[in-house]
Ligand binder design. Structure first.
Ligand code: FAD
Length: 163
């Protein structure tokens, strides 16, 4: 991480960061296309220090990944607005790392299995394989290898845990 968190009491552990990545279903991948920062919402799956995404074969996101491999990915775990306090009780995680397109077919397929299992765990094996195989020519799989990760929550939530 380039910057240390100013309020370190609000910093969450690595385990809590991983839990947030595991229990949520969407985040925002921040990329740089050489001209403009591009933050794009995506579904994802986390496994073993990597975050996998599926994508159409071309588009702004793919061009940006090709231009610059550095990326960050942010997931909002909690956002409880407290109007009377003019604040939100929040919790979120940001993962930093290198993102690339998985070119090797078997690895891309394995990542698609992880995505499919996360988003449709009740599907049967045969149907899952069929969906993945049928879509074979239509997608690319991206992987973000996490080099650093930070989690943070609102001070009010920390006070709550401590009480
Ligand atoms: C909760 C959620 C989950 C999603 N999950 C996936 C996923 O797993 N895989 C996937 O490929 N896509 C997913 N999408 C759609 C994704 O956000 C992009 O729209 C899509 O991936 C196309 O991206 P692109 O850069 O190739 O689009 P392009 O068509 O190349 O984008 C062209 C322009 O369209 C605009 N644009 C693109 N996407 C969005 C957007 N979401 N909102 C507003 N403007 C946009 C931007 O200005 C962009 O420069 C998800 C969206 C949401 C909200």
């Amino acid at each position: 991480m380039k910057n240390k968190m100013r309020r370190s009491a609000q910093r969450l552990s690595k385990e809590e960061c991983i839990s947030m990545l595991e229990r949520n279903t969407a985040g925002v991948l921040a990329l740089y296309d050489g001209d403009t920062p591009y933050a794009v919402p995506l579904s994802y799956v986390y496994k073993d220090n990597k975050i996998y995404f599926h994508s159409a074969k071309e588009g702004h996101k793919i061009s940006a990944v090709r231009h610059c491999s550095q990326a960050s990915f942010c997931v909002i775990d909690r956002d409880d607005i407290k109007p009377e306090q003019y604040t939100t009780y929040y919790r979120s995680v940001i993962a930093f790392g290198d993102v690339c397109i998985i070119e090797e077919k078997q690895k891309a397929k394995a990542a698609m299995q992880l995505l499919a299992l996360k988003y449709n765990p009740d599907d049967n094996y045969e149907h899952r394989q069929k969906v993945i195989t049928d879509a074979d020519q239509a997608y690319k799989v991206l992987v973000l290898t996490i080099s650093d990760m930070s989690g943070k929550e609102a001070i009010e939530l920390i006070k709550h845990h401590n009480n």
